[in-house]
Design a protein around this ligand. Structure first.
Ligand code: HEM
Ligand code: MYR
Length: 412
């Protein structure tokens, strides 16, 4: 059997249609797979839980040349966990997963709550606060406290992390700017790694900074400074990226005030289902790319070693056969427990320890839940008239206005 083909190169269509690009074509071919061309090369798009399992489990796909270099170099980098395969990947990945202890995640959450309230106090004299612009700072401070490195409080790091994420989907000058910023962040991170190793920067043994600086690879060797620095950034940058979900938290509480009222009253029963629904409903990482490591077969389609495949994360999270009323924001759908491994995949599918699934889901969920509590129980604010539309053509997505709040202050 062959996959239905969408003729012509679809690069421009993908960039202009954004998150809905793949879903529209799945609907057109009435299936969960189609083949086409992107950047002049053949590629297959897949969606749905079975596709996620196929893509993530069993080591069938590597990340070699799987996303445009502009995306790789803005977010990840050479030598990072995402570029590794097999045993080397499993060993490095275990280092990341070991950072996500309950105590560690709690430390991050509590640091963020403190930093958020510190910002709120500082906004007392401000007319308006654009959440999208402001969140990187408290998140950067909290992430650095968790990781165990000094923040430098001037906001330079916060700006760099936010721009890497905001510009990950850009090409040309806008992307070069983010990569230039990234080089500055890398120099900062390299110095931190050297300082930890030489004992100039004292760190507690249970901090991510200590774990990364002292990590030994599968052959028992220390990571090169450049690689350890990249991995330090692979904890800090995505923690700041969670801010984009936090903007959507404020959006959802505004549009669905029943949740605001419930959380404000101290009802915690739906805080985690709400957090899961934020991850499912709001667009963030649109697709992930992979290269077939060997020949394989999926739903009657044959893939050869080297074939390029894109898994549609957004389309899987809104798959009509998996999610009734997929286009409605309904936290109730998660009331009866955690979702299947390959059904809710905003941060990848499969098992995190032996595939590329994101190791940062616990901190992400915890920060989203905590922000829902902070906004409803600790913070007073108003949401003025503004353009709250979220265009699905822009990757990563955000409300047009950036989510403006006024009269922001601490609740008495
Ligand atoms: C991998 C999304 C937060 C660290 C991934 C992948 C996705 C993703 C889709 C899989 C990529 C692939 O299959 O190749 C997100 C989103 C986040 C987030 C949307 C919310 C902001 C985090 C956090 C951390 C983190 C908080 C760490 C503290 C990583 C790392 C990888 C990864 C290290 C590479 C894993 C590997 O290659 O094995 N993330 N992530 N992410 N994420 Fe996240
Ligand atoms: C991270 O910092 O690693 C976590 C989240 C990054 C999300 C970036 C979204 C990028 C959107 C454009 C990608 C285009 C893919 C072809």
């Amino acid at each position: 059997m062959t996959i239905p083909r969408i003729p012509g190169d679809q690069s421009i269509a993908f960039l202009t249609e954004g998150y809905r690009f793949a879903s529209r074509r799945f609907d057109q071919v009435e299936g969960d797979a189609f083949a086409t061309r992107l950047m002049g090369r053949p590629v297959s798009f897949l969606r749905g839980p079975d596709a996620a399992r196929f893509f993530y489990e069993g080591g069938r796909f590597t990340r070699d040349r799987a996303l445009p270099r502009s995306v790789l170099h803005t977010l990840q980098d050479e030598g990072s966990v995402q570029t590794l395969v097999g045993h080397a990947h499993g060993h490095r990945k275990a280092m990341f997963l070991d950072l996500m202890t309950e105590a560690g995640v709690r430390r991050l959450r509590d640091a963020f709550a403190e930093e958020w309230l510190r910002c709120v106090d500082g906004w007392a004299t401000r007319d308006r606060v654009v959440l999208q612009r402001e969140l990187p700072l408290p998140l950067t401070r909290a992430a650095c406290r968790w990781v165990g490195v000094p923040t430098g409080d001037d906001g330079a790091r916060a700006h760099e992390f936010a721009e890497m994420v905001a510009r990950a989907g850009t090409f040309g000058p806008a992307n070069w700017y983010a990569r230039a910023l990234r080089r500055r962040t890398e120099r900062w991170a390299q110095q931190l790694i050297r300082d930890v190793r030489e004992g100039i920067l004292p760190v507690d043994d249970d901090t991510p900074a200590a774990a990364i600086a002292r990590h030994r690879d599968e052959r028992g060797e220390e990571l090169p400074v450049e690689v350890a620095a990249v991995e330090l950034l692979n904890v800090l940058r995505p923690t700041v990226a969670v801010g984009r979900y936090l903007v959507f938290v404020a959006w959802a509480l505004h549009r669905h005030p029943n949740w605001r009222i419930r959380f404000a009253a101290g009802d915690d029963a739906f805080v985690y289902p709400f957090a899961q629904e934020v991850r499912r409903f709001f667009p963030f990482f649109p697709v992930v790319g992979g290269r077939a490591a060997r020949a394989s077969e999926f739903a009657g389609h044959s893939f050869e070693a080297g074939d390029w495949v894109m898994l549609d994360l957004f389309g899987t999270d809104r798959h009509p056969g998996v999610w009734p009323d997929a286009d409605r924001f309904r936290p109730e759908r998660f009331h009866h427990g955690a979702p299947g491994l390959n059904e809710l995949v905003p941060q990848g599918g499969g098992h995190p320890h032996d595939g590329h699934r994101c190791p940062g889901e616990d901190p992400t969920i915890e920060l989203i839940a905590e922000f829902a509590r902070l906004l409803t129980r600790e913070t007073e604010y108003e949401v003025p008239e503004q353009d709250l539309r979220i265009s699905l053509r822009r990757m990563p997505a955000q409300p047009q206005s950036g989510m403006v709040l006024t009269h922001v202050r601490r609740k008495d």
